[in-house]
Ligand binder design. Structure first.
Ligand SMILES: [Fe+2]
Length: 223
């Protein structure tokens, strides 16, 4: 009886150790992504908060769809989607969307660059395709592989919508910020073009105004 109890306690301790080790591994992966994202933001102040906001909207959209994807994986991919820009010359990163043809051509390589950087971490491999394909378009006219429709992994399609929303709401490069109504209209216009129409429908059906107002804490948390 005493041995049985001892054995049970030992098992409990092993389970707790394992859970702790798992949490620590998870936390160091998140920390590692934070290092990369912070580096990107230091080199491109115009993009400050972009990765965090895209992760926020991607996770809300995933929830609205009934969570088809594991939130931790989607959140990580959404935060990391642009880290490939780190491999480009500083002036190109700082411009964020490119100031000339050469800059834009270089920037178009960032999804593959990001995927190949992140591949060094075995634990990321499940969601790396979502980084690689976040600039594919539903109509097949995107990059890097010209995938179309459902051939684009769902995680990449979700990140694309969240990225588009943040892009329009904030304005980058020479593109001005849109209002919420203007951004919503633009997303709807792009349904079936740039974006998966079902995802756009689910996105614009979310309580965007309330989410937009509440999202302010996101900015403050990292100030
Ligand atoms: Fe991107």
């Amino acid at each position: 009886m005493a041995t049985g109890r001892l054995y049970q306690r030992q098992l409990m301790e092993y389970a707790q150790d394992l859970a702790r080790a798992y949490r620590e591994i998870r936390a160091s992966q998140d920390d590692f992504l934070s290092v990369l994202v912070t580096l990107v933001e230091l080199k491109a102040p115009a993009a400050r908060g972009h990765a965090r906001r895209v992760a926020f909207w991607a996770l809300r959209l995933n929830d609205a769809l009934g969570r088809p994807l594991e939130p931790a994986a989607l959140g990580a991919a959404a935060r990391a989607h642009d880290v490939g820009k780190l491999a480009l010359p500083d002036r190109v990163i700082a411009s964020w969307v490119g100031e000339d043809d050469e800059g834009r051509e270089l920037l178009a390589t960032h999804p593959q660059l990001g995927a190949s950087l992140l591949e060094h971490v075995a634990a990321f491999r499940g969601w790396i395709p979502w980084v690689r394909h976040h600039h594919e378009r539903w109509d097949g006219a995107g990059f890097p592989d010209g995938l179309a429709g459902a051939a684009i992994p769902l995680g990449a399609r979700i990140i694309a919508v969240a990225n588009g929303f943040d892009y329009r709401m904030h304005g980058y490069g020479r593109d001005p910020a849109y209002t919420l109504a203007g951004t919503t209209a633009w997303l709807e216009q792009q349904a079936g073009g740039a974006f998966d129409p079902e995802l756009v429908e689910a996105f614009v059906a979310m309580p965007l105004e309330a989410l937009w107002a509440n999202r302010l804490w996101l900015e403050e948390v990292q100030e």
